[in-house]
Ligand binder design. Sequence first.
Ligand SMILES: Cc1cc2nc3c(=O)[nH]c(=O)nc-3n(C[C@H](O)[C@H](O)[C@H](O)COP(=O)(O)OP(=O)(O)OC[C@H]3O[C@@H](n4cnc5c(N)ncnc54)[C@H](O)[C@@H]3O)c2cc1C
Length: 405
Amino acid sequence: MKKVAIAGGGPTGVTIALMLVQRGIAVTLVEAASDFHRVFRGEGLMPSGLDALEEMGLSNILERIPHRQLNAWEFFLDKKSLFRVNEPIELDCQPCTLVSQPPLLEALILEAQKYNHFEFIQGVAVKDLLWINNRVAGMKLADGREIVADLVIGADGRNSVIRQRAGLKLERQPKSMDVLWFKLAASSLFTDENVFTAIGDGENAFAIFHGAEPGKLHLAWTLSGSQNITNNSDKTKIEWAQIFASISPSWLAEHFINYADSIEKPIKLSVVVGICPCWHTPGVLLLGDAAHPMSPIRAQGINVALRDVIVATNYLVPLLLVEEADNKAIDRVLSRIQKEREPEIIRIQQLQEEEGRQNKLFPKNIFLRKLVIRLAHLLSKAIRQSWIQRQHKMRRGVTQVKLEV
Ligand SMILES: Cc1cc2nc3c(=O)[nH]c(=O)nc-3n(C[C@H](O)[C@H](O)[C@H](O)COP(=O)(O)OP(=O)(O)OC[C@H]3O[C@@H](n4cnc5c(N)ncnc54)[C@H](O)[C@@H]3O)c2cc1C
């Protein structure tokens, strides 16, 4: 039986592991974190990600774990509502849904553990690659173990060790933002109707919504340009509540002040965006954020990672099931996986960048901002329409992705 070693038990690593073991290929999956709650990743799944889970036969797992649909998106500038769009935006597809990642990953691992040819090593990092005759032949772990495999998959995220050890370059986009991620007590305003609410005043911006788990609002505070994480992370709960309230409409400002005590210490998230010109080298394939770290804008990373997994499964399974398939045949197929996935990744990253630029358009120009607010009742329809049009590809994907094996 052919064997695949996978570094990283995020959405990419866990789903590709499950797809392979279900189809008769031996897998060892290695995850550095000792439990899935230790790594932050967003929760937003777009229709393209939900469809990918369905393609993989995993929708039933979603039903068993905490998830919550978004009811709408609403955008505020200087405390005034610019426009609102209800979910689902397009009637023929599912609404954007928040899915708690730790229970999803745990449930997928349990599924994979039904197969004897699956091994899961948790709480140990992959440190290096194992080379034989100039081809990667496995991974070396921090505890000294060596995993020999016919193929190594680097699914170890944006700072991928596999990528670095394999000498694969990452072309990074210029850094445009970091994020402070807060959680605080839920308000009935969001439990009754979960509206992804984006708020800005030209200087500062944040987004707030009810997360997948009950009882908690999530608040993503964007740090752009000169604002840096260190200067912003030592404020008290009360100071943060006052800052959030100062740019919020009154109904929300009141909640921040009343529930200041519930504001949890933020997680600092350094955003990396880019793509590798080459996702593979003999014996190694990169997938997900390891190959193309995604911006958090409009919740794309998990969705495109799941679609990478479907395409990789289509190419790898028929080959790895052939016991006589040699290493050269495995290596040849890796470039075809990149070739099929790259156009969508490039386009989605462009769309995310464009969306980021739109967000900055008003703040840069005070005159324009005041004008827009004054004319909001006249412009709202046009701004809303243009926003809806821009979302289409980020919700549905750019290319056709179907599981064929
Ligand atoms: C602030 C923020 C919000 C986001 N929100 C969303 C969202 O709402 N929706 C969305 O779709 N995307 C979102 N994203 C993007 C999303 O988190 C990533 O694109 C996605 O998690 C990529 O999945 P992955 O499995 O490739 O990598 P990761 O999720 O990063 O998983 C990589 C795994 O590899 C492990 N690992 C790392 N190094 C090693 C090693 N040496 N050995 C073994 N294991 C290792 C890590 O512990 C981790 O578990 C967001 C990103 C950010 C920064």
